[in-house]
Design a protein around this ligand. Sequence first.
Ligand code: PEP
Ligand code: MG
Length: 752
Amino acid sequence: MNDARHGEYSNLLGHEAADELYARFVQTYAVNVAHLDPDAFERHSDTDEDALRAMLDAYEHEMDEPFPQDPARQLMDVLKSMARAWDGTSARFLRQARGAPKEAGLGLVVQAMAPGLGPPESGSGVIQFVTSDRGEAQITGRYLSQSQGRDALADEGAVFLTRDQRGASLEELCPEAFDKLVEYGSMCRRRLREEMQIEFTLDGGELSVLDAVRIQRRPLASVRIAVALAEDGVITKDDALMRISPGLLTELMHRQVDPFASRDILANGVAASPGAATGKLVFSSSEAQAAAAQGVAVILVLRETSSEDIRGMHASVGVLTGRGGMTSHAAMVARGLGLPGVVGASKISLNLRDKTLTAEDGRVFNDGDLVTIDGTTGTLLEGKVPLSEPELDDAFRTLLGWADEVRDIGVRANADTYEEARVARTFEAEGIGLCRTEHMFFDEDRLTLMREMIFAEDSEGRAALLERLVPMQVKDFTDLFRLMDGMPVNIRLFDPPLHEFLPHNRDGLRDLADAMNLPLSRVTRRVEALEEFNPMLGLRGVRLGVTVPEIYEAQATAIFMAAIAASDAGHVVVPEIMIPLVSATREVELVRGRIDAVAAAVRTQTDVKLDYKLGVMVETPRAALIAHDIAEQVSFLSFGTNDLTQMTYGLSRDDAGRFMADYVRQGVFPEDPFHKLDVDGVGELLSLGAERARAAKQDISLSICGEHGGDPESIAFCRAAGIDYVSCSPFRVPVARLAAAQLVVAERNHSK
Ligand code: PEP
Ligand code: MG
């Protein structure tokens, strides 16, 4: 564009249009090519002619030369400036973020100009053929007469595209151009194998396509578009699988904070359980329950949670704790319940007596104040923030069905209750990979039983409790087996870290004394006697099984009775029984001997042929190192990478949240190792354990049931280490199914 071309345009389009074109060109050129101060090229004048004059003067003033008139010089300067931008820091970062190779070259398209100005009908617009939010087939976009670029999207005078919408439309104004656009749309879809948004210009009714870009899309639309393209044969199913980032599925399964909503952040913490919810602040489980009873949605805020808070968590729509990490109690329970959760928000301060929360910036919030929790990003937000609803549609199911066809490792769910197992089935887990039986005792009436059992000072007292426990567990397991309908169910024997089960305050002690009908002083003494300095490294898991054998024996009895009850002519239930926290082979020998004896007794009693599989959780470094010895004793090993991470680092699962953010920020850890498997350390132990176990017993089943089982990168590592299946929280099962499939497709694509 130069004076000569300006003259031609003046004759062709009229002065106004020509001035507008030239002014716009000078402005863009000055700012983007000559890198002059944009303020100097703001449009102030009313008429296009004045604006043009002002632009040309400003250019000459800033550059000490008149605006270049030679088309070749203009083009060369544009190309040079693009090349410079390509080498600039921000472009380099962007390329890196999008995975482009370092040496990626620059491509530039030089196009003929279609001005979109002047008579007869001229203008520009944007069209797309599916909606960005829901991926539904529908023509949307805008057209604006006498305009350029993407003006139509910002101008109120723009018209819709199709006849069936309000007011005038492009379809009526220029039917041929509209038909052609529709044709181009389907051509784009076929040839570019994508849903594209097309930028177009009309010049005297003549259609030009300027550009087409992949349409922006929300997660729901992403899945629908990929599935529709594959169903129409435009792309392969493999392509569709690779186009969806597994994390995106999480967004479809939970309510989310609307990405366009403004956020007033009060607290940052670990994004422990995805989803979002709005509710009133409460600072104790009992208040949460009271509020829920009146139908009030509440966000429960505590320093940390323990088994006493399960009911409060159940009653809340979200939970935030000041302490804790990815595998702390609050995080695991929230994930199990599908409840938005943020833990380790260590920069807030809580005053539980005054019921106040002091936000990171010093603002103080009270009991009853409205907040929104965002477990997907790990933040607490002020007030009510717009949320988007979860949506699991046919496309979601279809895509995961394709994933199941290709993946070569199994995906099970960690489910402790009937409710969680139901979610696991909805998300099509292939069985239960970890049922934490102590979590079956989180309910109020049962918690006391669990505590009494921990409390019992002699086997006589305990025997009476176990008599009550067995029928409960028989029912628990029978229901689970029936629900899972022949799929494998892996039941872990009790692993109750004592601090999660003992009362923490005077009220709790009093409640327990009441429930057990014992004097408070006696209960207090016993709690003190049981108190441990490091409960996570104390009398838990198999250590309880070895020292108080009748507990595991009672559980085994219940499992076998349930297996018999749930078996029918069609299928025989073969339960999997898992021993937690093993660190010595002898522990396995002892427990195995006792469980075998229980099985034999049940067989004799019931005259039913009974089979079961015994396995060990590898969650201490020592168990990984002696995996070959342990393997000889059992038919499966499952890596409990939560404890294995805790013990490999010597890093408390419940306290790590306090400094994890600092550690990651200063690059001590690349990521929170409770979230992403630490390949170098914990991963090395896992690989080594898997290798040693396989060497001792070729057909041993190997799995992972720590939280990492739901993380795509960790899944990739586990698959490479020869793991047969991963098991994760029910809500992460779809993510794991897709991630596992992508590993196979990526391998296939690589070998092509
Ligand atoms: C583990 O330690 O990885 C595990 C699955 O067990 P839990 O989280 O119950 O300790
Ligand atoms: Mg564990």
